[in-house]
Design a protein around this ligand. Structure first.
Ligand code: C2O
Ligand code: CU
Length: 493
């Protein structure tokens, strides 16, 4: 595997040119005197039902085009789908077979802070050859995924991600349950990766892939039982691409967003940014050989991403009606009287991070050297984006900026996401699932989510019950935007 991109190397060089020595003893700002104290891992009760998994992050060959590509994955034949029943514990051992550190973030799972997989914030990075075991009991049913939170542009860009399904939400079982992972690969005709991040892309809508796949195949066709009821779990695991999910050839209903049940909504098109998931229910054609198309309407002409073909004898089923999933367990935020926190999504100001005037004091190193916050964090020429005037300093970096906001544990908040840019931003919160309440651009179907897409000049109001203590990430899930500044920490205490 090639080492980290030039871009990252350039940034590291810039950092060390400043004469700054970053050791793990100053991993958190102002913690000059102590090693980082990471949150404590939950302990597994003796009577827990445990599902074990081993995930070896490593370079692997995969045939995407005519020549094989050197991708990264946890298994040889991806994408890996882990399945647990609600109530089970998942115990997943990550083995790092890469040449750089990694971690696993369990996207959308409301788990204890220690298991959230953010290097330097919730755990030490897992170094090459090392392992780390994640163990948690997913509190919610639904369709989730996991991915590294280290050099995400390269690691996720080359394929490192998997699906986690927590079963137990169906009041009536489906005849088939299909997982469709959408993603592009940035490869050329010989299967070689092209640069994952470009300045032009990072400063705009992101750098797009060249090869569109569902489950690593181009326009695959899946057999489904004729006349049967089908559950489709669609995950947008691309780093950049927006999908307007639609179905041609059947009446489909949206039954879950980011894994969370909602009253079935007849599907016209559902807009999904990177990291967003949608569960659909539909009836397969009664006649064997007939097909349904799963399409992306976010294009001049609808793009067919995958097809379903009815196979076998026709199931004898009553007239189709979408059966709702069991209601979600997300604690309802108390919206009346909730405090409002405004988060402005904007381009970076230069030198960034000073807009709010609430930066921490300079850090005095043990040898008396004074480390200016601005020098350590802000001289990043690759920064394009900010939250409330502050840009995240750098990916995979040991010095963390202070939280953007502290929420009182147990209180509810309305967060207003204000997009001041001409680009889309799918905004993701760790550790919490929020309710999408309203948009300045028109009606929204109220729904629970962990990632929501905010359009240019749009304001979206979401609400959370801040009930999960710890320091959590909030960021744009267009990974280049995350990598070039649009990321921060919110604290629940
Ligand atoms: Cu899938 Cu911090 O994100
Ligand atoms: Cu963004």
């Amino acid at each position: 595997m090639p080492a980290a991109s030039n871009r990252v190397t350039r940034r590291r060089a810039i950092l060390s040119l400043g004469g700054i020595v970053l050791s793990s003893s100053i991993a958190r700002w102002g913690w000059a005197d102590a090693a980082p104290a990471y949150p404590a891992a939950p302990s597994i009760p003796a009577d827990a039902r445990i599902v074990d998994a081993t995930l070896t992050a490593a370079p692997r060959w995969r045939q995407l085009k005519s020549a094989p590509s050197a991708i990264l994955d946890y298994v040889d034949d991806g994408p890996v789908v882990l399945r647990v029943k609600h109530g089970d514990w998942l115990r997943a051992k990550l083995i790092n077979g890469l040449e750089e550190h990694t971690s696993i973030h369990w996207h959308g799972i409301r788990l204890p802070n220690a298991m959230d997989g953010v290097p330097y914030l919730t755990q030490s990075p897992v170094q090459p050859g090392e392992s780390f075991t994640y163990a948690f009991q997913p509190p919610d049913t639904g369709t989730f995924f996991f991915h590294p939170h280290c050099n995400t542009v390269e690691q996720l860009g080359r394929g490192l991600a998997g699906v986690l399904i927590v079963d137990g939400d169906e009041a009536r079982p489906h005849d088939a349950d299909l997982v469709l992972v959408y993603r592009d690969w940035r490869i050329d005709d010989t299967g070689q990766f092209m640069p994952m991040i470009t300045d032009a892309g990072a400063a705009k809508a992101g750098t797009f892939g060249t090869h569109r796949t569902i489950n690593d195949k181009v326009r695959p066709v899946y057999g489904v039982p004729a006349g049967g009821d089908i559950r489709l779990r669609f995950l947008n695991l691309d780093m950049t691409r927006i999908v307007d999910l639609g179905v041609i050839g059947a009446e489909a209903w949206l039954i879950a967003t980011d894994g969370n049940a909602l009253p079935p909504q007849k599907l016209k098109a559902w807009r999904m940014g990177p990291a967003m998931r949608a569960d659909l229910t539909l009836r397969a054609p009664a006649r064997a050989g007939d097909r349904i198309q799963i399409v992306n309407y976010y294009a001049p002409e609808p793009v067919v991403m995958a097809e379903l073909e009815a196979v076998g004898p026709t199931r004898d089923r009553p007239v189709f009606e979408p059966v709702p999933l069991r209601p979600s367990r997300i604690p309802a935020p108390e919206i009346v009287d909730a405090e409002v926190f405004s988060l402005r999504l904007a381009a970076a100001t230069a030198p960034n991070a000073s807009a709010d005037g609430d930066l921490p004091p300079d850090l005095v190193l043990p040898d008396g050297e004074v480390l200016r916050y601005a020098d350590a964090l802000c001289l990043n020429p690759d920064t394009f984006w900010s939250f409330n005037g502050r840009s995240w300093p750098m990916q995979s970096h040991e010095v963390l900026p202070p939280p953007l906001v502290t929420f009182r544990q147990g209180s509810s908040y309305v967060i207003e996401l204000i997009n001041q840019t001409p680009h889309m931003h799918p905004i993701h919160l760790h550790g919490h699932t929020f309710k999408v309440l309203s948009s300045s651009k028109g009606e929204v179907v109220p729904h629970f989510a962990d990632t929501t897409l905010v359009a240019p000049k749009e304001r979206v109001r979401i609400a959370i019950r801040a009930d999960n203590p710890g320091d959590w990430m909030i960021h744009c899930h267009i990974v280049e935007h995350q990598d070039t500044g649009m990321m921060g920490i919110f604290r629940v205490a």
